[in-house]
Each structure stands twice: as C-alpha cells, then as structure tokens.
Design a protein around this ligand. Structure first.
Ligand code: 13P
Ligand code: SF4
Length: 301
C-alpha cells in the first residue's frame, strides 16, 4: 500500500500531473490527491492550473468538464466505467424539445450531465452555486436540469418559475424521511446536515443543506459536537481530515455511490503510468458546453 502511494506521488511529480479528487472518493484516494473538493472547486481548479496532465478521481462528467475547461491538457479518468446515473437521465434531444416547449425560458443545467446536454444549456451550475446562478441568470423562467431534488431546493429560494426535469441521484433518493427520523431518534441532539440531492422531505427536516465543499467549510466553524451526515459515506473521511474532533454519524449505511468507488489506488497508478483512458470531447460540443461552463464561472463570483 505504502509502495504504490510512493510510486503514484513520484510519477505524478515526474509528469507534472495534478491529481484531483471529489469529496466522495475512497479515503486513500483523498489522501493522495493534490486537491479534494466539490464540483465547483474542482471545475475552478481544472480551469486554472499549470499541470500538463489532470488525473480526475471522480466520475465521467467531472473529467469531461475538466477536459472542456482545459482543452490543452491531457485529462485522465482512472476507470472509464465510472459514470453517473443522474447524468444519464437526460439527453440533448430532451433539452432541445424542452426549449421548444418553453421558448422564453433559460436552461440552467446541473454539472452532473453529459457534455452534449451542457452544449444545449445556457449556463451550468453545481450544488454550491445553483441558487445564485438561477437568481443571476437573465430570465424569470428557468428550465432546471436534470436533478428534480436540487431543482426543488432551488425553487424554495427564488421567486422565479422553475420547470423541473425528472432526474435524480439514486444514492441520495434511496434515503427517506423515515430513515432520517430513525437516525435522529438514535442520536438525540445531533445536528442534521444533508446534500440538496436528497428528497425534499429529507431536506425539510435538515438543519443545514450544503454542497460537499460547503460541508467542509461548515464543520470547521460549527460548535456542534455530533453531526448526522446525509450524503455519500466517504464524505465523512474528508470531514475528519479537516475537523476530526466532531462525531460524524452516517445517515445510512446505504449511502454509497458505487461509481465513485470504482477508482482505486491501483487504477490510479496504472492510469498515471500509461496515460489512459484519456477523456476527450468533440470540438463543437466542447465549444458550446465550454461557453455554458464559463458562464457559470463568471456568475458564481
Ligand atoms: P458537490 O460535490 O458539488 O456537492 O456535488 C456532489 C455530487 O453530485 C457528486 O455526485
Ligand atoms: Fe451521480 Fe449520485 Fe454518484 Fe453523485 S453521488 S456521482 S449524483 S450517482
């Protein structure tokens, strides 16, 4: 284990490769990465860094976004099968039809989507800036894609009309209000922090609704001694790295994103060594999706 970690760090340095990891990555990947973060932080980093290679430890849409924002760099994803079921719940054709149905609406698309879907969108958002982006976009009518739960959360924080799609994250959707009641009853006094991909009834019961990056900031400021964490289980590893004095309680043992867990140290090592699989996006799709991503970066100041 220590040998493979050493080798990863050495090859990354030799190749001027930046290893970035989403906050849901397995603990050992978080520890070896040069940077961990939420989707917005990782997009910002992908847009501005001087590495020759980016190794994205996360899922396909994240590596794809990095490739769009840094077209001159080689972007690698250690397992090409690491996808996101939510991103697969909408196609570019669906977006084209929605734009015909609501011609006066702006299309705000969650970063958890394919490059083709992003290319049909006006602006991208992440869970940490979704409300801000919807507020700042120049339209009072918004088609919000593809996550119905994040869209629902946004709709509670704006007067704008939000047209929802039917997408969702299976990992977050599985967690119910009844499950939350139970973990709360078992842990009286614990604060409840959930991700906005959770169902509306779960979100309504939470003390804080935060993106994964916002959770990292929150635990460094709060006085809470015990927190129920309503998101992917390895988020707790990340939180312990920055605020280890808090007692974190996983909201459910089933809070696992199987795709995030496809990245392993040995796949990361092979990817760095052989520089495959490379994630690329066709030029015209990348150009249009890139405009929507850049718009997000401009609007999320
Ligand atoms: P954030 O890390 O941006 O909160 O989003 C989480 C996510 O959807 C990854 O699946
Ligand atoms: Fe997709 Fe959900 Fe996994 Fe995030 S946690 S990558 S939304 S399946």
């Amino acid at each position: 284990m220590e040998k493979i970690k050493e080798n990863i760090s050495r090859i990354a340095a030799e190749k001027n490769a930046l290893i970035i990891a989403h906050n849901y990555q397995p603990g050992e990947i978080q520890e070896i990465a040069h940077l961990c973060g939420d989707s917005l932080e990782l997009s910002r980093k992908a847009a501005s860094n001087d590495a020759d290679i980016i190794v994205f430890c996360g899922v396909h849409f994240m590596a794809e976004s990095a490739s769009i924002l840094s077209p001159q760099k080689k972007v690698l994803l250690p397992d090409i099968e690491a996808g996101c079921p939510m991103a697969d719940m909408i196609t570019a054709e669906d977006v084209i039809q929605l734009k015909k149905d609501y011609p006066d609406a702006a299309v705000v698309t969650y970063i958890n989507s394919s490059a083709e879907v992003k290319a049909e969108s006006d602006v991208i958002c992440t869970s940490s800036n979704a409300v801000r982006i919807v507020q700042r976009v120049e339209s009072d009518r918004i088609i919000f894609l593809p996550d119905k739960n994040l869209g629902n959360f946004v709709s509670k924080h704006t007067d704008k009309e939000i047209i929802l799609w039917k997408g969702f994250c299976p990992t977050h959707e599985r967690f119910s209000a009844v499950d939350l009641e139970k973990v709360k009853a078992d842990n009286p006094g614990a604060l409840v922090v959930v991700h906005p991909e959770c169902r509306p009834e779960v979100v309504d019961m939470a003390d804080e609704v935060l993106s994964t990056g916002e959770m990292v900031d929150f635990v460094q400021k709060t006085d809470a001694k015990s927190i129920i964490i309503g998101t992917e289980k390895d988020m707790i590893h990340r939180l312990k790295m920055v605020a280890g004095h808090i007692n974190y309680i996983p909201a459910s043992k089933d809070f696992v994103c199987p795709n995030m867990k496809k990245i392993t140290l040995s796949k990361l090592y092979d990817t760095l060594l052989n520089e495959i699989p490379v994630i690329t996006v066709p030029q015209e799709i990348a150009r249009r999706a890139g405009m929507a991503l850049q718009r997000m970066l401009e609007l999320s100041y």
